[in-house]
Design a binder for this molecule. Structure first.
Ligand SMILES: [Zn+2]
Length: 183
C-alpha cells in the first residue's frame, strides 16, 4: 500500500516535470517505460524490455520511451508510404536495391491512381517476397527489436543506458534520435 502511494506520488511529480505535449503521446504502461501509440511490442520480448527498462530506471530514475517495436510487412509498408508521400527519400535503408523495389511499387500505385490502402498492400507484398528470400528491409521485421527515444536523455543517461543494455547481453546501435536494441 505504501509502495503504491509512493509510486503515485512519484508519477505525479514526474508528470509535473514533463511538458504537457509529451505527456499525451506515449501511453503509460504503469511500468518503467512507456510505448508510443501504435507500436507493437510482442509478448515474446516484453520480459526483456521490462528488465532493461527497470534496471535503467533504478540507476537513473528515467523512464524510457519505446518508439518502435516489431513491424509486419503491412506496417513497414505503411511507414514507408508515409515517408514517401511526405517527400522523404528511402536513403536511410542500408539495402538500397530492396528499398528501390518497394519504392517502385509506390510509384506504380501513384501512376495508376490506386488507393493508399491498395498501394500499401502492393508495397507489403514486395516486402513479403523479399523476406521469403531472406532480405529484411528493416531489422524490425525480425521480432525482437525495439527503438528507444534518445531525445531528453542526457549524455550521461545515454552512456548508462548502453552499459545497462550491454550488461544484460543486448546490443545497442545509436541511430541519431533513437537507440536500436536487438534482443
Ligand atoms: Zn530500430
Amino acid at each position: 500500500m505504501q509502495m503504491t502511494n509512493r509510486a503515485q506520488r512519484l508519477a505525479a511529480q514526474q508528470a509535473q516535470l514533463i511538458p504537457a505535449s509529451y505527456q499525451s503521446t506515449p501511453s503509460d504502461t504503469g511500468q518503467s517505460y512507456s510505448i508510443k501509440p501504435g507500436v507493437n511490442l510482442p509478448s515474446a520480448i516484453q520480459a526483456q524490455v521490462t528488465i532493461l527498462a527497470s534496471t535503467y530506471f533504478q540507476q537513473t530514475g528515467v523512464k524510457i520511451v519505446i518508439t518502435s517495436g516489431s513491424r509486419t510487412p503491412q506496417s513497414q509498408a505503411a511507414a514507408m508510404y508515409s515517408n514517401l508521400s511526405a517527400g522523404k527519400t528511402l536513403r536511410i535503408y542500408k539495402n538500397q536495391r530492396a528499398a528501390k523495389q518497394i519504392e517502385h511499387a509506390y510509384q506504380q500505385g501513384k501512376a495508376a491512381r490506386k488507393s493508399k490502402q491498395q498501394t500499401i498492400s502492393d508495397m507489403a507484398s514486395v516486402i513479403w517476397t523479399q523476406m521469403r528470400s531472406g532480405i529484411y528491409i528493416s531489422r524490425h521485421l525480425h521480432q525482437g527489436a525495439v527503438d528507444v527515444r534518445t531525445r531528453g536523455l542526457s549524455a550521461q543517461d545515454q552512456k548508462t543506458f548502453i552499459s545497462v543494455a550491454n550488461s544484460l547481453g543486448y546490443s545497442v546501435i545509436y541511430e541519431g534520435d533513437h537507440f536500436h536494441i536487438q534482443f
